[in-house]
Design a protein around this ligand. Structure first.
Ligand code: ZN
Length: 347
């Protein structure tokens, strides 16, 4: 029995549950499995555009340090305990472990007569539709950005991978060197190969740093964090509409270390210097195919001067009085929440 998620661009077919919208897994028909699971010649999975096999994702419980670390000193033990509290608070239901699964596009499902549940129109999905779906048990395509706020990390990680791989398949049909149509690699790795010049095309991951910069408030000593309002967050339309703020982030340049990217982006966007730059954690982000690398740093000096073509405002905010920040589930939120937790503040 093979189950599959159904995706439509950056949306996922979901059913309303008491825990919120949850991805539906449909059963693929036996005939479909026979055709695609094994090709006649070499027992390799046959390649089909709009259908990808996802890795089994591990929940964070699998990579967090374990309890029986008797060799660590008491200071490290305190830090570890702190980290556990933080992790337990910020991730819910992380005992969930995703099984390997398949993801297909909605077009593929229709073309292969995959039986899917009744689907509400995703265009103009209104609250009334969402409420009625509770009664009808109907399903709807829900944006990944909305799902990430409540799904277990292992599951949202699989969906992130599905979005990226399905898009990579669509976008990787010709050799970028000689323009010959490419074919799937036969040796089991995920790559498209040019049959003429042999150039291999792999799914691309674009590293992107994101940095939480802190300092004590010069007047009060309260811990502060640097937040910026980006033009893409939109402008304030009415006086009581709250502006959204975020952390400083940017792509890593070719030939640059991650730490250098942190220093350069912060200097470019807000003109300040940093010290004590530390890596914290990462998050795949499928818009379009970024790997967000989360850092923390301390303010070292300089007056804030914003890069006006990207930002409209940036400043240090007391952790006790934050503006609107990125949504739960994003690495920006997790970095800010971690710092707040260290100060005894719950967001
Ligand atoms: Zn080629």
């Amino acid at each position: 029995m093979t189950n599959a998620f159904i995706l439509n661009d950056e949306t996922v077919l979901c059913r309303q549950t008491p825990n919120g919208w949850w991805p539906v897994q449909v059963q693929l028909p036996q005939s479909d499995i026979d055709i695609t699971a094994l090709s006649a010649s070499d027992a390799q999975p046959a390649y089909q555009v709009s259908r990808v096999t996802l890795l089994e994702s591990l929940a964070p419980a699998h990579w967090l340090p374990n309890d029986n670390s008797s060799s660590i000193n008491s200071k490290d033990a305190d830090r570890l305990a702190d980290f556990r509290i933080k992790t337990a608070n910020s991730f819910t239901a992380n005992d969930f472990t995703a099984q390997a699964a398949i993801a297909i596009t909605y077009d593929y499902a229709k073309a292969h007569n995959v039986t899917s549940p009744k689907i509400l129109e995703s265009d103009g999905l209104e609250n009334s539709h969402l409420e009625s779906s509770l009664e009808t048990d109907a399903c709807a395509f829900i944006a990944y950005r909305l799902l990430i706020t409540h799904l277990p990390v292992a599951l949202s990680g699989q969906l992130s991978q599905a979005i990226q791989l399905l898009r990579w398949q669509t976008d990787t049909q010709f050799c970028s060197r000689c323009a010959t149509p490419v074919i799937a690699a036969t040796c089991g790795e995920r790559a498209m190969v040019c049959p003429v010049c042999c150039l291999r095309h792999y799914p691309r991951v674009q590293p992107c740093i994101i940095t939480a910069i802190t300092r004590p408030n010069p007047q009060t000593g309260v811990m502060q964090i640097l937040l910026a309002h980006h033009h893409r967050y939109g402008q304030q339309k009415t006086s009581n509409q709250t502006l959204q703020y975020g952390l400083i982030a940017g792509f890593v340049e070719v030939g640059e270390s991650l730490e250098h990217a942190v220093v350069r982006e912060v200097a470019e966007e807000v003109n300040i210097s940093l010290t004590d730059i530390r890596y914290v954690s990462s998050q795949p982000w499928p818009f379009p195919s970024n790997l967000m690398l989360g850092f923390r740093a301390s303010y070292a000096g300089g007056e804030i001067v914003i890069q006006e073509d990207e930002l409209s405002h940036a400043d240090f905010f007391d952790l006790t009085n934050l503006p609107k920040i990125p949504f739960k589930g994003s690495i920006a939120y997790e970095l800010i929440a971690q710092i707040a937790h260290e100060q005894g503040i719950t967001l």
